[in-house]
Write a protein that binds this ligand. Structure first.
Ligand code: BF8
Ligand code: SF4
Length: 637
């Protein structure tokens, strides 16, 4: 593919051209070199045991069962559940890591403070923890222990689900026997049920997938967001810069990449404190830039600029000005090391279970957070002198974008219009049709896809039809880079939506709210979920009855699938623009997409929402609008 066919981002195009001229291979080149395996792509290849791999040709040719007798539907459903488990597990680990950090902080063993004590009190209250007359650290400790219970208890239901789940949805899950007990137990059981000789019932396997969605949603998303807000502050609206032009040739550039804010927050602190050392090294200071979701975390709370998203992560290094790329966990391509070896960039891994051959390692634990962050910043400073001026080329492309739209911030902005009942202006606009519905654009970019095209096209199309768009993860990067998070993007909005954005914006002293609202990282998909819970409770309806959709047009990650499944369990329609690899089984596909008419059981009938798989962004938007309209009609709107 040409650079234009790879990405619609001019900065990516420029750096990919440079990489190709310099003989540096990236994920985009490897994506072109790989041909997709038809069996894997449709979910019909099973390698769950050493009898296999067994592959079932969907056209009826060849053996129609695996050696053990597993049917096509079993194999496809089992593979799908495995994917969802692989999505839920990293998010649950994220929640657990943050809970442990909070516990250590509360016990004075780790150098973090509680930056949002008000949120701590609200969360403690929601969890039924006594707060009256107790010290902040004592409450924080109790909250952390409640969180850790969600990885230990052998009976009961996840504390976070009881706390954050919408009561009407929880009742539904209870009726279906889907309530998770503890995240680790559920993940272990899910791995067990997909093992050879265990669960062979496709429907039961798919329901297991919904359970994984709930594990992801509550032990991953909600727990992580709540505890991170307590530790690092709840985001408020912030203006920042996006794209490769945020790199600064005169400064020492450090990219923070991955997901956990535990170390990267400390790097922000130490980059400021060690500025004098950076000056002494002959630079003009230290410039931190974000990549992927660590980037989102720092953007939301600290206004740190974002360099790029998942599929172009290697290209930040190709700029030739990156002294260090610090990574923690998830979505880190091993390929960054091969690219770094062509420049002076040092790749620094930081977690004992995430290492890359050739990269250097600085071990991070919450208790040594300050020492680790200092050591990393100093390594970057030491690398500055190794920069090769002949290899420096920073694209001048950058865009301004607003971020920081936590639920607290959105409700705060709305209360400038109606202090007594802040949600009223939003609900009125939905009822009147000024806002037709709400869409959350979530998920990634994918080297096989033309970067940003799906995310941006879906967003523009929904905006045009007056759908209020919120965004998270790398899809938010796509929207920000293409002016959908600043005033310029207002031209894409339908009249009704634009009027609402302007009215709320004016009330808080802005020209307008941005056309799409950045709600944070992928674990922050808890935020749109909380917003929906608040709206649904106000209207006394089930979340699935609301005219809302979720969409991940360009995903690459099983995490996006399990987040999607979390929303599906609420009855929210979820669009995915990249194949979820279930096509090999008509039964599985139609159960997910709600198209099975022969029997009662499909996702739409069970939960009131379904999976929409559509690669064309315009058709996808149309299908989502149809579902929004259907739900509006059912509500009498
Ligand atoms: O958790 S959006 S590419 S960085 S998986 Fe990964 Fe996808 Fe980016 Fe964030 Ni989410
Ligand atoms: Fe084949 Fe069954 Fe083993 Fe899968 S579990 S590889 S279908 S024998």
């Amino acid at each position: 593919r040409t650079v234009e066919e790879v990405s619609m981002d001019p900065a990516v195009q420029q750096l990919l051209t440079k990489a190709r001229q310099e003989g540096v291979e990236t994920a985009f080149d490897r994506a072109d070199a790989h041909t997709a395996c038809g069996f894997g792509a449709t979910g019909v290849c099973c390698n769950h045991c050493l009898e296999g791999p067994c592959r079932i040709a969907p056209n009826g040719k060849g053996p129609q069962r695996g050696i053990c007798g597993a049917s096509l539907d079993t194999i496809v459903a089992r593979n799908f559940l495995m994917k969802l488990t692989e999505g839920a597990a990293p998010h649950a680990e994220h929640g657990r890591e943050v809970a442990l950090a909070l516990l250590e902080a509360a016990e004075g063993k780790a150098p973090y403070e509680i930056r949002d004590p008000q949120k701590l009190l609200r969360v403690a209250d929601g969890l039924g923890i006594e707060t009256h007359g107790r010290e902040v650290n004592e409450i924080a400790r109790a909250v952390a222990l409640k969180a850790l219970e969600d990885f230990q208890q052998q009976t009961g239901v996840l504390n976070w689900l009881r706390y954050r789940g919408q009561k009407k949805s929880v009742a539904k899950w209870e009726e279906l026997g889907l309530l998770p007990v503890n995240a680790h137990l559920e993940i272990a059981q899910s791995v067990t049920r997909t093992a050879m000789g265990c669960d062979a019932d496709p429907l039961n396997l798919l329901l297991g997938g919904l359970r994984m969605g709930l594990v992801d949603g509550y032990s991953g998303l909600h727990m992580s967001t709540d505890l991170q807000d307590i530790l690092f502050g709840t985001p408020t609206a912030v203006k920042a810069e996006y794209n490769m032009g945020v790199l600064d040739a005169k400064k020492i550039n450090i990219a923070v990449h991955g997901h956990l804010p535990l170390l990267s927050e400390k790097i922000v602190t130490w980059a400021k404190q060690l500025r004098h050392e950076a000056l002494a090294a002959g630079s003009e200071g230290i410039n931190l830039v974000g990549v992927c979701c660590t980037g989102n975390e720092l953007l939301m709370r600290q206004g740190v600029p974002v360099a790029t998203s998942f599929s172009s992560q290697e290209l930040v290094i190709v700029s030739g000005v990156l002294e260090a790329m610090v990574v923690d966990v998830q979505c880190i391509m091993p390929g960054i090391q091969q690219v770094a070896e062509c420049y002076h960039t040092e790749i620094i891994t930081t977690l004992p279970y995430v290492k890359i051959p050739g990269a250097n390692h600085v071990d991070f634990h919450p208790d040594n957070a300050d020492e680790a962050a200092q050591a990393i910043v100093r390594r970057a400073i030491a690398n500055y002198g190794k920069r090769n001026p002949d290899k420096v080329a920073i694209p001048t492309v950058k865009t301004e974008a607003y971020a920081g739209f936590s639920v607290e911030q959105i409700v705060g902005a709305l209360s400038a219009l109606n202090e007594q009942n802040p949600l009223a202006p939003l609900l009125d606009a939905i009822v009147s049709g000024q806002i037709r519905g709400v869409a959350a654009i979530v998920g990634c970019t994918n080297p096989r896809e033309q970067q940003n095209v799906g995310n941006v096209a879906v967003a523009r199309e929904l905006l045009k039809h007056n759908v209020l768009v919120v965004a998270t993860g790398c899809s938010a990067h796509s929207l920000a880079k293409h002016d959908l998070m600043n005033e310029k993007g207002l031209e894409y909005c339908g009249e009704g939506l634009r009027a609402v954005l302007k009215a709320v914006g004016n009330a808080v002293g802005m020209e307008s709210l941005p056309p799409t609202l950045h709600m944070g990282s992928c674990v922050d998909n808890s935020r749109p979920a909380d917003l929906l819970t608040t709206i649904a409770d106000t209207l006394d309806v089930h979340i699935g009855q609301l005219p809302v959709v979720g969409t991940c047009p360009e995903t690459h990650s099983p995490k996006a699938l399990s987040i999607g499944t979390y929303f599906l369990a609420h009855g929210v329609d979820v669009h995915v623009g990249v194949s979820p690899q279930v096509k090999g089984s008509e039964w599985v596909t139609q159960t997910l997409t709600g198209d099975r008419t022969d029997e009662e059981l499909n996702l739409d009938k069970l939960f009131g929402g379904k999976l929409i798989y559509e690669t064309d962004p315009f058709l996808a938007a149309q299908k989502m609008l149809d579902r929004i309209d259907l739900k509006r009609r059912a509500l009498g709107l």
